[in-house]
Structures are given as C-alpha cells and as structure tokens.
Design a protein around this ligand. Sequence first.
Ligand SMILES: NC(=O)c1ccc[n+]([C@@H]2O[C@H](COP(=O)([O-])OP(=O)(O)OC[C@H]3O[C@@H](n4cnc5c(N)ncnc54)[C@H](OP(=O)(O)O)[C@@H]3O)[C@@H](O)[C@H]2O)c1
Length: 266
Amino acid sequence: MSDIDIQGAALITGASTGIGATYADRLAKRGQDLILVARDEARLNALAERLRAETGVKVEVIKADLTNKADLLKLEERLASDAAISTLVNNAGVAGAGDFVGSDPEAFEKMIQLNVTAVTRLAAAAARNFVPRDAGTIINLASVVGLAPEMGLPVYGATKAYVIYLTQGLRAQLAKSAVRIQAVLPGATRTEIWERSGTDINAIDPNILMDVDDMVDAALAGFDQGELITIPSLPDAADWEGAMAARAKLYPNLSRSQPADRFKTA
Ligand SMILES: NC(=O)c1ccc[n+]([C@@H]2O[C@H](COP(=O)([O-])OP(=O)(O)OC[C@H]3O[C@@H](n4cnc5c(N)ncnc54)[C@H](OP(=O)(O)O)[C@@H]3O)[C@@H](O)[C@H]2O)c1
C-alpha cells in the first residue's frame, strides 16, 4: 500500500500537544504542508515555527474550539472546500469522567461534542472534499477503550467505539473509492491527556504505557501497510481479524422474520 499522499496539506486537530503534535512533526518530516488546529494559539505557533525551520514545509495555524459551533462550522467549511487539503487527522479529544453516576452531565456533553460531533462533522466535510477527487486520507483517533467496556470509562469508551464504527462504516460505504481511511486505537500513551482528565500518569503501570513517538510511528506504519484499524501494541494482526470474523459469524442471524427458537414460549 502507498504512504500518505503528501502532495496536499494535512489538517490536524488537537495539534498543540501530544499525539496531534507528533503527527504534525512526522508529516512535516515527510514533506507535507500542515494546517494545525487547537485552542492554544501560542503553542500552535511555537510548533509551527519549529517545523517550518526544521523542514521547510508551509504551516498554517487555526485557533478553534471544536466544541464551539461557530468555530466548528468555519473549519468544516474550509475542510470541505479547500482542494489544497489532502489529509485529515481527526485527533482532538478529551478523556475522563469515568464515574457515570457521580459525574457532571455537562462534562459528558462536552466530551461527546468533541469526540463524536466534531469528529463526525469534520470527517464528513473531508469526505465531501476527497470523494469527488477520488483521493485523500482520513485518519481518526479512536482508542482501545472503545473495544473494552470493562475498562470503566463508559462514556469515553462509547465515544471511541463510535469512532471505530464510523471508520469501518465509512470504509464499507466508500469501498470503491481511493480515499484512504484509518482508525488508530492507541492504548495508554504518554501525553497530557492523563493530567487533563485528572489521572496521575505515574500511577499507570509503565508496562502498558507507550511513548507518544513510538505510538505515532507505529500508527503511520500501520497506515503505510494499508490497515483500516491499527492497534499499535497488538503483536499479531490475526487476533484482530479473528475478532472481526467472530462478529461476521453473527451476520446471517442478526435479522430474521422469526424469533429464535430459544425465545419461543410453549
Ligand atoms: N494519550 C492516550 O493515552 C490516548 C489513548 C487512546 C486514544 N487517545 C486519543 O488520542 C487523541 C489525542 O490525545 P492526546 O493523548 O494527544 O491528548 P492531549 O495530549 O490531551 O491533547 C489533546 C489535543 O486536543 C486539543 N483539544 C482539546 N480540546 C479541544 C477543543 N475543545 N477544541 C480543539 N482542540 C481541543 C488540545 O489542544 P488545546 O488544549 O490547545 O485546545 C490538544 O492539542 C484523543 O482523541 C484521545 O482520545 C489518547
């Protein structure tokens, strides 16, 4: 499979730090122009300056709060209409709010606005731009939590399960299109997300915590290998394929005219 097409620019959300900033670094080093999006303009400018100096690529900065409808619509319009953009890294996200009963519902709503609504609208805008050109790349940052309801993060995990489903559904719908799509499912990765969501990163078992550089390099390697779903720490891709095969086994019986015999009352 081919690498990301670096001819156009990559728009990266949540690029001021962490995984997004690392994607910015890697894509700039591949020679791709960038559009960096986040709320912290000073951090975006500092990263942009460094990457321009180190790599010579063009870097634009857009200050936007993706939970703010006006900011989101403006970005969406740009993404849908600018033919110079060839890649979306749909990365901005928040974690936390594990306690379903005790948490402020406003925090859930904000999380859903960023992790679900903004991700969906931006992916749709990118698709409207890329599909008619039969080119372009959409990378969505999900999480392994989206596969594991037992991890105790019901709302965050649900937003990430949504991103996995959205990516798979989009792939199915665009099966004939050359637009490249990938969902990245990191495990615990060393970024500010932990502190931001009130978790002490030092309390995490170092055996399950990946360095952000390693995580993004593996995710890009997965992309270059043509993966739709990339789990950077998973040694054997056949394990994921096995899970998908188990799901596919349900298919013939998911919708039938009659209830299953085991539900029939005497
Ligand atoms: N780190 C992990 O362990 C891990 C594991 C699995 C999945 N992920 C996923 O990977 C993605 C990136 O996570 P990360 O670890 O890099 O997080 P991070 O270090 O906390 O960075 C989050 C980025 O999103 C931006 N952001 C937050 N709220 C925003 C908003 N309302 N509008 C626009 N931008 C906003 C932040 O910038 P500003 O504050 O400047 O806006 C920052 O650039 C997320 O989707 C996360 O769920 C992370």
